[in-house]
Design a protein. Sequence first.
Length: 103
Amino acid sequence: MSDIPVYMIVNLTINDAGPYSKYEKGFFGMLKKYGGSFLTYDDSAETFEGVSPPEGRVIIFSFPSEQAAKDWYADADYQALSEHRRAGTTLEFLTMVRGMPAR
């Protein structure tokens, strides 16, 4: 099951665009380093049901495997870069969702 893709779903609110911009500039290189793909983001996602609709930005990206996602997150360079995200946003969640195996 190591070749099953995973999807990262993020919800955050940008409080300070300066630090977040620094994070964005380095993010795509780190994503590519681990074979990740950026899928989309939305600053006004629409919730049809539920008691806790996400506010702020919802971001979705993927990795080719669970291990690639975990290696990306554990990377010391990514953790250093993510300090800019932490300084400029309020993070609600950064969640990994496993894809389904081929049928």
